[in-house]
Design a protein around this ligand. Structure first.
Ligand SMILES: [Zn+2]
Length: 266
């Protein structure tokens, strides 16, 4: 059964203790259930280096490096950041994505940090553009500023994934006009704003993610094992067959990484 399954988790915090504790068993379990790829995102530079290490022996892990907007402090030197991360990318050809990066004007309350968030996000966007990497984006209450940065720096929308997007209807329309991929989380089961994203995103731009190991309001905890349920929820919302939805998402993911659909190796 698992051979015919093709699940993808386009945003999971793999360097978390919950996953690391029983790492080999976890990887084995995920492979067995048909998980074909996991974009392992990072919050800090330490996690970025860790995910590169974790991906070394596991072909299903796509390492994403970056600094999460919650971790952007005032003393961050955005000027040296580009060179620092460019060096990591050049030294590790398996790095295929940048993330989790973005802007957060809600959970980060200190307004004086926002200009630093913008500078850091802009730097990571430029790295994604210059090295042709996928940009895994966190955007909360900051859609206008975030799109402005992407447009100003000519970041192709086809390289961008908006993760767990839950903006207002007006903001969502702005993002749809830009045209990125949207990755849908288990919150789609109960969150009205996230359901709205899932309903309106073009079918050929939808991806699935767990945002593991986040704890959801319905009591579940994100992990690659959450993906089949997300697909079921998506199929219900889009009034389509589960198998069709699964195939669509796999095809979207392959296109995103320009891979052949019969496997992840080109
Ligand atoms: Zn996340």
């Amino acid at each position: 059964m698992a051979d015919s399954e093709k699940f993808i988790d386009s945003h999971c915090h793999l360097p978390k203790n919950r996953f690391l504790r029983e790492w080999d068993q976890n990887i084995q379990k995920w492979r067995k259930m048909g998980i074909k790829a996991i974009i392992g995102v990072s919050m800090t530079k330490n996690e970025s280096l860790r995910i590169i290490e974790l991906a070394r022996n596991e072909d299903i892990i796509i390492p994403a490096i970056g600094i999460h907007p919650w971790k952007v402090k005032k003393d961050i030197d955005a000027n040296s950041l580009y060179d620092e991360y460019a060096k990591i990318i050049k030294n590790h050809p398996n790095v295929a994505a940048i993330g989790e990066v973005g802007l957060d004007y809600r959970f980060v309350e200190k307004i004086e940090r926002y200009p630093f968030q913008r500078k850091v996000f802009e730097t990571f966007s430029m790295l994604a553009r210059d090295f042709q990497l996928i940009l895994n984006i966190h955007c909360v209450n900051a859609t206008k500023d975030l799109l402005e940065i992407l447009r100003k720096n000519n970041i192709p929308a086809k390289q961008c994934i908006f993760h767990w997007y839950s903006g207002t209807e007006e903001e969502l329309q702005e993002v749809l006009r830009f045209g990125p991929y949207f990755s849908i989380t288990p919150a789609v089961e109960y969150s009205k704003t996230h359901q709205n994203t899932a309903r309106q995103a073009p079918l050929n731009k939808i991806l699935t993610e767990s945002d593991g190991d986040v704890k959801y309001k319905n009591g579940t905890r994100g992990s690659p094992e959450s993906i089949p349920q997300v697909i079921k929820n998506l199929a219900t919302i889009r009034e389509t067959d589960i198998e069709e939805m699964k195939a669509q998402i796999w095809s979207n993911f392959c296109k995103l990484f320009s891979k052949k659909e019969d496997g992840l190796s080109t």
